[in-house]
Ligand binder design. Sequence first.
Ligand code: SF4
Length: 316
Amino acid sequence: MALLELRDLHVSYSTPDAEVGAVVGVDLDVDTGEVVGVVGESGSGKTTLILAALRLVPLPGRIVKGSISLGGGDLRGLSPARMRTLRGKDIAYVPQAAMNSMNPVMTVGAQITESLDLHTDLNGRQTTARVAEVLEMVELEGKIARRYPHQLSGGMRQRAIIAMALAPNPQLVLADEPTSGLDVLVRVQLLRLLRRLVDELGLALLMVSHDLPLVARWCDRAVVMYAGRIVEEGPAPELLTNPLHPYAWALARSLPRLHGEDDLERIPGEVPDLSRVPVGCPFNPRCIHAFDLCRERAPQLISVGGHNVACHLHAG
Ligand code: SF4
């Protein structure tokens, strides 16, 4: 049994016209010591998936079906109060846009202390020692505890957020685009740090990203989402070098080439409006391999060569 298990998870948003499926029938496991990266364009449902695992889907969204379990315990059945206790203590959340998620008028040390006061029974001296310990864990100097968020670089702020998240000693970390807005070198440093922390502390990390190369380099498994569905899942490096689903293949091809953004090969077409997902395979209007069956019937996720893939090209 994996630490985090999502089974047949469905999340919908109610609009005046329809129920819009943002996450549709997702099965996903994340085990202790494992880093799983969820990749997709904006609107693929990856952030909603993380929020659902935290039971923080904003209204008018709601989890309509499926199960979420942590260490075998059902999270959907927990009271809001118990869930609030669990978030922060057992499940840490690392949001994107670090500046917005820190209190600008509190020092880093005070914010880590606040997290410890909320989620642990440590006394004053133990708390001070833990603040120093977690700053060291994220490779920040002890004096950073006395700094305010605006006095830190983007990379340092994101490390401070990670320190706050890890301070109560969680089992699972959910990270939403943890490297967005940072330059390439700082992204690599942060991913290396997260990878080391998972390995050393025996954490489980589920992160979402639009950056397939980073996921391929630092994650154990990659999950590709499109229109709220998992379309491919497999060992992370292989999703970059040997993708099976045409969308995963297009994502891998849309990477910046040697000369940067100008050479970026974009995926033609648009992510579908989730209230009007195409009949059949949701990717069919953008897929260069689409054939009649693709416009009639949605492909099921099947196991092919160590990957799970939902594409009629690979069925039978
Ligand atoms: Fe393309 Fe058809 Fe495969 Fe969908 S099922 S990805 S449309 S080939």
